[in-house]
Design a protein around this ligand. Structure first.
Ligand SMILES: [Zn+2]
Length: 254
């Protein structure tokens, strides 16, 4: 059969398209998903959430594929995973830990945050500051980032449950991140779920990549601040936020 030129004009398949069409029957599911994301121009950096591209049933399959890859890493590191009892299940433990725990925020959809109306006559109009303990991992070295995020918000016409602020912060944290980007991510997601334009996020964290290697700094602390809306434009709001953080730190030193 002669293929008419017009059938392909303007829509010639790229290698990425072909891989995506093939699905994972003939290769790795992770490759098929990566191909779909590339085709759609979807960014999939270590700090990005890609839950829209995964089905819940994919997780086990992806863990199996990552187990195989971690086995190869252990082999290349010349670690005997056949007779060393402590290394026998390590590849699978690593794969599960990455997908379900330390990078779980990449693969899980955003936590459900039901918003409650705050529009009655005597509605709360003040500032809320929530202290959230976070655990993250630096994208550069995959070393732990451990700290506290203080989330400040001026109450808008909707409010979310107090624990939801921390759920959002932890969902953003459980990825490969840079602290500067993490601060931005938390602010953006809190603005989305609350509809508030007035949000501040301050993070204090220690970094395993500075403590466990390199400069071996055991008392280093990194602070980042993101201010939006009134937190940025109104010095009074900014001061109240910083004062509240200090009060929180008196109450519970980190
Ligand atoms: Zn690092």
């Amino acid at each position: 059969m002669v293929v008419k030129f017009n059938e392909y004009a303007g829509k010639k398949k790229t290698a990425v398209d072909a891989m995506a069409d093939k699905g994972y029957e003939e290769g790795y599911l992770a490759d098929a998903i990566r191909a779909r994301m590339k085709r759609d121009g979807k960014r999939f950096w270590a700090g990005d959430n890609i839950s829209d591209y995964l089905h819940e049933s994919d997780r086990e399959h992806l863990i199996n594929e990552a187990t195989e890859a971690f086995e190869l890493v252990l082999d290349r590191l010349l670690i005997d995973r056949e007779t060393d009892p402590n290394s026998q299940g390590t590849a699978r433990r690593l794969a599960k830990m990455y997908f379900n725990e330390i990078m779980g925020g990449r693969y899980d959809p955003r936590p459900d945050c039901t918003a409650f109306p705050n529009d009655s006559e005597d509605r709360y109009t003040g500032m809320l500051v929530v202290r959230s303990e976070i655990r993250s991992m630096c994208s550069h070295h995959h070393q732990p980032v451990v700290g506290v995020a203080y989330i400040g918000i001026l109450a808008a016409e909707k409010l979310i449950g107090l624990s939801k602020y921390t759920r959002i912060a932890q969902w953003c944290s459980r990825r490969g991140t840079l602290q500067e980007e993490l601060c931005n991510d938390i602010a953006r997601e809190i603005m989305k779920v609350t509809g508030s334009e007035d949000v501040g996020v301050y993070i204090q964290a220690t970094h395993g990549c500075c403590e466990n290697r390199g400069i071996m700094a055991h008392s280093s602390l990194t602070q980042t601040t993101v201010l939006r809306g009134a937190f940025l434009s109104d010095p009074g709001v900014k001061k109240e936020f910083i004062d509240n953080i200090k009060l929180q730190q008196d109450f519970a030193p980190r």
